[in-house]
Design a protein around this ligand. Structure first.
Ligand SMILES: O=C(O)CCC(=O)C(=O)O
Ligand SMILES: [Fe+2]
Length: 292
């Protein structure tokens, strides 16, 4: 849950995000922290092969599982203000949110602009009435118009995602390390083209409704032996929590049971219901007059 100190900014930024479809929050993290994270990932950036395919981009490198690669990535993933905003924006449609992906990306000189897209289109749900995702772009280098800063189409979100005609007026979101661009799953966007001689590096961290299949398979990215090193809230975000009722269980238990030292071979399947469902079940069971 959101820390009280963060409650007013969470409300303010959540309204801005829902209204505009995107926002830039300045100076969220110390630039030195971002620089240290960038250094931790130096070898990954150097040795990861370029992507394959027109969407990922042949002049772009990407890699996931950031929580296994640098402990500093926790500062981004579990940033209290960002988490509070993601929870506030997505809570009308889910019981709890989950981590959808962490992905570092390096846009090399000569990378052409990416296909404009809405990240929510990875799921085949209703368009225009539900928000599925909150995306956060964390720059590691400065993002400029020249080096391929993310292009955002303002006023392209929500029900506007149903419009047949693409909206006009994309603009590059220029920003410095330490700041972050937040946008909705329904907001049209894409990487810009890199006409500069510098590599544009950064990371995307996104959060989605807790009942969706996440883009990055969280349980494979963070198997129990890794997730048990996380603070419990982070493990929960990475899938070690049930989405009530009972979704994502292990042997009928919260999958966080796998993070304990000893896991019994046999476990009692145990209801994990929302309060309204627990009440319904309790009334049904109490009113039952049945003998075998
Ligand atoms: O690199 C960017 O600026 C955006 C990347 C993106 O939107 C994506 O890969 O889905
Ligand atoms: Fe995207």
């Amino acid at each position: 849950m959101t820390d009280n100190a963060f409650a007013p900014p969470v409300r303010m930024w959540s309204s801005a995000l829902l209204e505009k479809g995107w926002c830039v929050i300045p100076e969220l993290v110390a630039p030195a922290t971002i620089a240290a994270l960038d250094r931790d990932l130096e070898q990954d950036f150097a040795e990861t092969p370029f992507c394959s395919g027109g969407f990922y981009g042949a002049r772009t490198k990407r890699f996931g599982r950031l929580l296994t690669r640098s402990p500093l990535s926790q500062r981004l993933v579990a940033h209290p203000l960002v988490l509070g905003i993601a929870q506030t924006v997505l809570s009308p449609w889910c019981d709890c949110i989950q981590l959808n992906l962490t992905q570092a990306l390096a846009l090399h000189p000569g990378a052409p602009p990416q296909l404009p897209h809405r990240d929510q289109d990875m799921w085949r749900g209703a368009v225009g009435e539900t928000e599925y995702l909150v995306n956060v772009m964390w720059p590691f280098t400065r993002y400029t118009k020249d080096n391929g800063a993310t292009l955002v189409w303002p006023e392209s979100h929500g029900h506007r995602a149903l419009a047949a005609e693409p909206p006009n007026g994309a603009f590059p979101v220029e920003m410095e390390p330490g700041s972050a661009l937040l946008f909705l799953g329904s907001t049209l966007h894409g990487a810009g083209g890199n006409r500069s001689s510098e590599v544009r590096r950064g990371a995307i961290v996104s959060y989605c409704l807790g009942w969706l299949k996440p883009y990055e398979n969280q349980w494979l990215a963070y198997p129990p032996q890794i997730a048990r090193t996380f603070p419990p809230e982070l493990a929960a975000l990475a899938g070690y929590r049930q989405h009530r009722p009972n979704l994502g269980n292990y042997e009928g238990q919260c999958p966080s049971v796998l993070l304990q030292d000893e896991v019994p071979d046999r476990l009692p399947a145990t209801d994990a219901l929302r309060p309204d469902q627990a009440e319904l079940v309790a009334q049904f069971v109490a009113g039952q007059d049945w003998r075998p």
